[in-house]
Design a protein around this ligand. Structure first.
Ligand code: GLA
Length: 390
């Protein structure tokens, strides 16, 4: 479904349920991660982009203190009072909205004085690693900020969404997904520096686009694998802080040369985990120079290296994602390919010549099908504008 259709369907379902159009509608896109995997919580660098698919959140004030929230695709509704906002165990999609509302008011939601009637609908494929959850948080926050007259800048807004993930959804994520959804710009990448939380738009150039290839492998970041990777990175940073004669708070502070020299003091697994974000930081910085020179092939080669690092060191890939990247390597119109986001399933992000999109999609689908029996979903993606009120 196109964005306009999603918006129309949402507004008409909202009107059918509450007898009037919503007072406020906000939109927030999903994101692709282009280079820099698991670097955000290590205070490193990432290239990402907001995509042309997202979620719309429609809301009006309610008369009393009750809130009603409907997922328009499922037509499931969760109701709660502003004085009783806590995570739910069923209809867990509501936790992204509940958590966002909760932290927008710093945990004091009774201060909101009145409740809301809300409904949301989106077109980001779920479980694809395209951050549908961050998109829901960001459109919720933009709409509720407007309704309650609360002003927050983009970085503050991203952090509220992140806190909702940590405390209401149980995923100890970094800030990448939320920031990409807010700072995205049409035709450009978002270059993030998560030590200083600075976000810059870098033009991608002409004649190039991304293709997302969604594997059918499960992608769930709340089941412990993401958290254990994050923990290993933090353990490694503590070790390097104890051994290097310079300040180290995160793996951002450790160079590849230092890792090579001192890795012997880490367990084999922790050493493997640590080298991934260290290498990714170097690749993003190198990639930035290549993009400035318009060297898309060079940039794409770094994407392939990034995937190898995921496959061998961080072990957050899987055979389905590896098969997509391997198939991509044989196609000259693909410049680079790698897993995108948390990993363990989800999607690969390919840098492609868009005029060859059909050929690329059919070749990859054919090879994937021969191996796994079903077809991956391939979609051309143009970097798009970030979240906004509609
Ligand atoms: C998920 C998390 C992000 C980031 C990526 C990996 O998308 O939500 O914060 O850590 O994985 O780069």
């Amino acid at each position: 479904m196109q964005n306009q259709q999603v918006y129309d369907e949402l507004v008409s379902k909202f009107e059918a349920k509450w007898g009037a159009k919503p007072e406020i509608v906000a939109y927030a896109p999903g994101r692709i991660e282009v280079l820099g995997n698991h670097t955000d919580y290590n205070e490193g660098y990432v290239f990402s982009a907001a995509i042309d698919k997202g979620t719309f959140f429609a809301v009006s004030k309610s008369e009393g203190t009750t809130c009603s929230l409907t997922a328009a695709d499922l037509m499931e509704t969760v109701e709660f009072d502003i004085s009783d906002v806590k995570p739910v165990k069923e209809m867990t999609w509501a936790n992204y909205v509940l958590g966002s509302f909760n932290w927008l008011f710093d945990g004091k939601t009774a201060d909101a004085k009145y409740g809301f009637k809300a409904m949301f609908l989106g077109n980001i494929p779920l479980g694809a690693g395209l951050s549908s959850s961050a998109a829901l948080e960001m459109c919720t926050l933009l709409a509720l900020q407007k309704m309650y007259g609360i002003e927050k800048d983009k970085t503050e807004t991203a952090k509220i969404g992140q806190k909702a993930e940590h405390t209401f959804a149980g995923c100890p994520c970094g800030l990448l997904d939320q920031a990409s959804s807010l700072y995205g710009k049409a035709g450009a990448l978002v270059k993030s520096d998560f030590r200083y939380n600075t976000f810059e738009n870098v033009s991608l150039g002409e004649g190039v686009a991304f293709m997302m290839v969604k594997s059918n492998a499960k992608h769930a970041l709340v089941d412990g694998a993401y958290a254990s990777r994050r923990q290993a990175c933090e353990d490694a940073a503590k070790y390097f802080a104890s051994i290097l004669r310079k300040p180290v708070t995160h793996l951002r502070d450790v160079t590849m040369a230092e890792w090579v020299l001192y890795r012997g003091g880490l367990s084999e697994t922790t050493a493997k985990r640590a080298v991934h974000p260290i290498g990714e930081d170097e690749r993003v910085l190198q990639g930035s120079e290549l993009l400035d020179k318009g060297d898309l092939k060079g940039f794409g080669a770094l994407m392939y290296d990034s995937h190898e690092s995921s496959r061998n060191w961080f072990e957050n890939s899987c055979e389905e994602l590896d098969a997509i990247v391997d198939a991509a390597k044989a196609i000259p119109e693909v410049y680079g390919a790698r897993l995108s986001g948390g990993g363990f399933g989800g999607s690969c992000c390919l840098l492609v010549d868009p005029t060859a999109a059909d050929k690329i999609a059919s070749q990859i689908s054919r090879e994937y099908k021969a191996q796994f029996g079903d077809e991956p979903e391939c979609q051309l993606i143009n970097p798009s504008d970030g979240a906004h009120l509609v």
